[in-house]
Design a protein around this ligand. Sequence first.
Ligand code: HEM
Length: 456
Amino acid sequence: MHDFVPPFPDRPKQPLSAFATLRLARRNFLAIWEERSFEWEVFSTRMLSRTLFVCNSSDTVASAFVEHHDSFERKSPQMRHGLAPLLGDGLFISDGETWRRRRRIVAPIVHVSHLPLFAPLMVQAACETAERWANLPQEMPVNALTEMATLTAEIICRTVFGRQLGAEHAAEIVAAFSEYQRLVGQLDLAYFFGLPDWIPRFHSPAIHRSARRIHRVLEQVIGDCRERLSSGEASMIRLLLEARDPETGEPLDDVALRNEAAVIFMAGHETTANSLAWAWYLLSQAPEVEERLHAELAKALGGRQPTLDDVPELPYTRAIFEETVRLYPPVPLLARQALRDETIRGRSVPAGSLVIVVPWLLHRHRKFWGKPDHYIPERFLPENAQYRVRHAYVPFSVGPRICAGAAFGLTEAVLCLATLAQRVRLRLAPDAVVAPVCRLTLRPGDDLRMYVENRA
Ligand code: HEM
C-alpha cells in the first residue's frame, strides 16, 4: 500500500462565520471545510437569508439526486446566472421540459456507442503531443496543466467540429472559453442576500464580449458544416444537425444547436484536462504506481498505440484515473435549488434552499473510505469493487443529470494516459507549487511545472 498523501488546503480549526465562509469560498471553495465536515452525513446551515443543505452520505445523495430528482433538478442560481450569457438555454443549465428535450437529443451524441468514431481522434491527438514533447530540450519544463488543456481542447475540437474547424478557429475558441471561465464569478452573492431569481444579474461587458466571441466562431463552423452535410465527415456538430427528438421528431433550431455545441465544448474540455494534469502529478510522486502502470502498458500494448478495444485490458490505467478524480474531482461541487418543499431523510428542505453534494467531501469521507486522503489506485481495481460504497463516489454526478459524456471522458483519459505514458515520464520541477484550487473546476493552481523525460 502506498503512503503518499497528496496536498489539500489547510482545514479551518474552528467553524467560520457565514461572511468568512462566503469570502473564503470566493477565493477557494475547497478551503472552507473543517476536519469534522469529512465525518458528517448531512448538515444544514443558514447562509445570510438562505438555507444550505449538504448531503454527505450515500443515502442523502440518493435521496436528493435520484429519488427526489424532480424537486432538485434545477441547477444553483450561481451556475445558471453565471453561465447563461454563454450557454443560453443549453442542457447544462436548463431544467424542466427544455432540459428533458435537450437531454434526449444530446446524450445519444456523446454516448458510448459513438466512441468507435472518436477514439482514434483521441489517440492521434495524444501521439501528436508526444511528438511535440520529444522535440523539447530536456532542461525545459512544461506546464502540464496547459499541455493537457491543449490536448483535450484539440480532442474536443476535432470530435465536435470535425477537421474543418482549422487551427485558427480552435485557438480562438479555446482562448475565449478560458477567458470566460476566468471572468465568471464563483458565487451569486445576490442569491444569499435573498434577491429573487427572476431579477437579472449584472454581467461585466467583458463576459458578454467573450460569450459573443465564442458564439461567432460556433455559428460560423455550424454554417460551414451545414453546407458540407453531404461530405460524410463524422463530427458531433453533424450529428446534432441530423438529430431529431425521439419523442417529437423535431430538430434543434439554430440557437439551440449553438448552445448545445457550447455545452459539449465547455463540459468536455477542462474537466478531462484537469484530471489528466492531476494524474501526471500523482504519478510523479508515487514511483511504485508508475512502475505498475508501465508494466500493464507493456503487457497489454507492447509499445503499440492503444485502441478503443484495448481499454478493458487496461484496468490499472483506469484505476489511476478513477483514484485521481476521487482525490481531485474536476467538479468538486454539485449544487441544486429546491423547486418545492421537500424532505431529505426526514429533514425538511424549504423551496428555494440550496442543496449541495460536495464530491470533495464525500470522496474523502472518513466513514466510506479507508485512508481517505491517501493516493491508492488499487482501491478501484475490479477485485476491490465490493469495498466501495454506493453513491459515495460521484465524480460524474449521479441520477438523471449524470454527466452525459462520462464514457467519453473516461475513455479519453485512459487512451491519453496509455499513449503518453508509454513514451514519457513527467517529473515535477523542484520549485513547482502544487495547491488545489477551485475555480469553476478543481485544478492544481495555474502552473504545474514538470519536466518531460523520454522513456528509452
Ligand atoms: C473527467 C471528465 C469529466 C467529468 C469529471 C465530468 C463531470 C460532470 C459532472 C459532475 C456533471 C454534472 C454537473 C452538475 O450536476 O452540476 C457533468 C455534466 C455534463 N457533462 Fe461531464 N464530465 C466530464 C467529461 C465530459 C465530457 C468529455 C463530455 C462531453 C463530450 C461531458 C458532457 C457533459 C454534459 C452534456 C453534461 C450536462 C448533463 C445534464 O445536465 O443533463 N462531460 N459532467
